[in-house]
Design a protein around this ligand. Structure first.
Ligand code: CTP
Length: 402
């Protein structure tokens, strides 16, 4: 959900090589519709110039509490009062220690201390060497900062600038952006567990060939992201797709309809909401050759016979938990024509309270879509928009119906 549009953020940089990612983060925040006031510590200026951050944010950067631009000479008060949040990225080990002790010997820490704690959340993205991160002093500081209502983002894992490998690097700009969007999103599904199926399935003919379809999984992944941002615990069961997993979403990769069926059976018992967006293959080849089927010299073509795959959604929707209201099921219908008629019939056939219709050929692989929501009361159109915006609207519609 783009909850950052219209928000005003103070982006604080403390000293660390991850300052280079703060440049990209600043750009991403502006692109998401936020306004950004950058504040840098002395140490940060060793890693990044204020000129770069000014150019990206479109505002002169503040670096000193003695900055005389403010008429009352109280930049720490003025800048923190107008902010919707202060985001410190990167937050060095030293800066976290300073926050913990309420020290205020530079503008950024002074501003964090001076912020109205109940109105201006403080969000920090730690960035440091793995040993510094693992040190009990840092871990103690992080635990206490969380207890003090500072929102501490996760750290990334992998190669570090120092040549070591481990936990402690700062999250990538896009990951921080997604976490910030989630931070501001209304928690419509707090406490709920959501299971989503997404993408196509692949039905093997032999070890190198198979039958699949053009579903990209984008709509399902957007729904998983929207549900997570709305506060739900989310698992996505994905057919073969090449998409990044949304932040905080658990992902189970499967290949065939039968794999997806088995994964859904084990996961759905914990869910309160099941959203079936996957374009599940209706049939699979009756037999699967162990070896590649070769052409024969006479030009005979192989004869394929099919058997029907289990209908995953229908099975779940007809379970006791769904029928007695403990599990809310949402189906999708990918049609090529007569959307309303097909979606209405499919909703009744599958016995789901809500069925979402879309025109398959005009949405598969695209970044946008148009949806038709069909329930017992009738049909509502969600006009063409990005799949993420539609996913956010759909999650709000589901929350309303629970
Ligand atoms: N679905 C499923 N398992 C299947 C087939 C479909 O769970 N074996 C789910 C889809 O994820 C979707 C809904 O059922 O939520 C409708 O899928 P769709 O392919 O549009 O419909 P079908 O049931 O396959 O019917 P038809 O192909 O005749 O339109």
């Amino acid at each position: 959900m783009n909850t950052l549009a219209g928000k005003h953020l103070v982006l604080g940089l403390s000293g660390g090589i991850a300052c280079f990612k703060a440049a990209e983060l600043c750009r991403a925040l502006i692109k998401a519709g936020a306004s950004v006031q950058v504040v840098m510590t002395d140490a940060a200026e060793h890693f990044m110039t204020a000129v770069t951050m000014q150019a990206l944010s479109g505002r002169a950067v503040y670096t000193s509490q003695w900055d005389a631009r403010e008429a009352n000479n109280m930049a720490h008060i003025n800048l923190s009062r107008e902010a919707d949040a202060i985001v410190v990225a990167p937050a060095s080990a030293d800066f976290l220690a300073k926050l913990l002790h309420g020290r205020a010997d530079d503008l950024l820490s002074l501003m964090c201390l001076a912020r109205p704690i109940d109105k201006v959340p403080l969000i920090v993205a730690p960035a440091m060497n793995r040993e510094m991160w693992a040190n009990p002093a840092t871990q103690r500081n992080v635990a206490q900062l969380k207890a003090d209502c500072v929102y501490v983002l996760d750290v990334g894992q992998g190669d570090q600038a120092c040549g070591e490998t481990g936990d402690g690097r700062m999250l990538e700009a896009q990951e921080i952006l997604e976490d910030l969007q989630a931070f501001f999103a209304p928690k419509l599904l707090a406490g709920k567990t959501v299971l989503v199926t997404a993408g196509p399935t692949y039905e093997a003919i032999d070890p190198v060939r198979g039958i699949t379809n053009l579903s990209s999984g984008k709509m399902g992944f957007a729904i998983a992201r929207a549900a997570r941002q709305a506060g739900a615990d989310v698992t996505v069961i994905a057919g073969p797709v090449s998409l990044a997993t949304p932040r905080g979403v658990r992902r189970i990769d499967v290949r065939s309809a039968q794999d997806m069926f088995c994964a859904v059976q084990t996961q759905v018992t914990q869910a309160q909401i099941f959203i079936a967006t996957a374009a599940v293959a209706d049939w699979r080849p009756h037999t699967q050759a162990d070896q590649k089927i070769k052409k024969d010299a006479a030009g005979h073509t192989p004869q394929l016979a099919f058997i029907e795959n289990p209908d995953i959604l229908a099975g779940v929707a007809q379970s006791d938990r769904a029928q007695n209201g403990a599990l809310f099921c949402v189906g999708f219908a990918a049609e090529s024509h007569d959307l309303l008629a097909h979606a209405t019939a499919k909703r009744l056939r599958k016995q789901v309270p809500l069925l979402v219709g879309n025109i398959g050929p005009s949405t598969f692989g695209q970044d946008d879509n148009a949806l038709l929501l069909v329930d017992a009361l009738g049909a509502t159109e969600l006009p063409r928009a990005s799949k993420q915006d539609l996913a956010d609207e759909l999650i709000a519609e589901i929350a309303r119906r629970l």
